[in-house]
Design a protein around this ligand. Sequence first.
Ligand SMILES: Cc1cc2nc3c(=O)[nH]c(=O)nc-3n(C[C@H](O)[C@H](O)[C@H](O)COP(=O)(O)OP(=O)(O)OC[C@H]3O[C@@H](n4cnc5c(N)ncnc54)[C@H](O)[C@@H]3O)c2cc1C
Length: 400
Amino acid sequence: MTEADVSAAIAEAEAWLQENPLEPDGDRDAWLRALVDAGWAAPSWPVEEYGRGLSPKVARATDQVFRAAKVSGWGQDVTNLWAATVIAWAKPELKKQVLRPLLLGEIDMCLLYSEPGAGSDLASVRTAAERDGDEWVVNGQKVWTSGGRQADYAFLITRTDSAQPKHRGMTFFFMPMDQPGVEVRPLRQATGDARFNEVFLTDARVSDANMLGEYNSGWHVLTSALAYERSAMGVTRPRRSAADDAVRDATSEASAPIPDLSLVELAVKRGVSGDPTIRQDLMRLHAWRTLNAWNNQRAKQELAKGTSSPVVSLGKLAMSRMLHFAGSLQGRILGSEAMLGGESHPEAADATYAMLNAFFTSIGGGTDQIQRNIIGERILGLPKEPEVDKGIPFSDVRVS
Ligand SMILES: Cc1cc2nc3c(=O)[nH]c(=O)nc-3n(C[C@H](O)[C@H](O)[C@H](O)COP(=O)(O)OP(=O)(O)OC[C@H]3O[C@@H](n4cnc5c(N)ncnc54)[C@H](O)[C@@H]3O)c2cc1C
């Protein structure tokens, strides 16, 4: 990559934006279609697969053009876990069918990974897929399935050969959810939301053409999809509270000079901005946020090379710590009012939500403890955890 390559790509992106401005009251869907078809949604992908064939570094350099224009839909080669996994592992026909709708957000997806006996240790999944002609028949139970009720398709990990050691006998599918063999039951969370579900699979069917990766090699697909998910979780969060706002821009390339404005504003409003411990913790949060922005830049560079990067575990762990810390700081700013809630105390309800919802990031997508294991083994080079079931056929492994 030369300076000239970067400058040329940035100039092209600017020219495209000038020719295709997104007016405030313009048709956002039509604009997104134009962005995707011009290859700017995922510029590091091949031209024939909705990219522009740019090197990952040049592609990331063009992100600044779209970020500055305050538009969305760009950078999906790093943040769209669904499309990134499909492009890496799907057969050409399936790619043709689903890649563009995934980039346009026209297909709703969910992850059928976790089971009652397989969460952190996903290699213990027991949901079985058996071949039946050109299809696979799936039986088992999944749990914690976010967005399961709305999903059109799922990433599904199954056991296809119990005679193989547990990491080897698994196969990964892109499965349609709208079929008689799929029953989705909502679960209520501590926040009051019901965003995830149990999913019961009874003779559900998926075509062989929808297999991602090879038969019995689902573990490789799963680990790369998990890395994309961690990266996305370390990068973006929906806004639900002032604490979320405080950590939301943790990935912006140039960290904001003003420390975590939403919590600062709350502290000023509540008359506690002179409290030395509140001031100290606002700055602590700001320092973590700035460090995480740099770390996420590192992780993005590595992910853009197409490798699964353990650095994303650092980003996800940091995001989890910041959200717990920001939620509790939001509560401390409010003082005893934080114990109240409901419509008459919206700021307290906001703080309670932030505190409870922080567990989303510290459990979902791999718990904090599992991120620490990954960091220990793959970044710090510490000895691996003992694997008592290594090399043993899955059918002989004792699982709960
Ligand atoms: C909000 C949310 C959304 C989710 N969405 C989805 C989804 O869409 N699809 C999906 O498939 N799953 C989803 N999950 C499930 C999530 O991935 C699992 O909850 C998570 O991987 C932990 O698995 P588990 O709950 O079975 O806990 P367990 O694996 O049973 O872990 C229990 C405790 O033991 C610790 N532990 C386990 N193994 C180790 C180890 N080797 N070293 C150190 N500590 C360990 C864990 O850190 C944890 O504290 C979601 C979870 C949440 C909270």
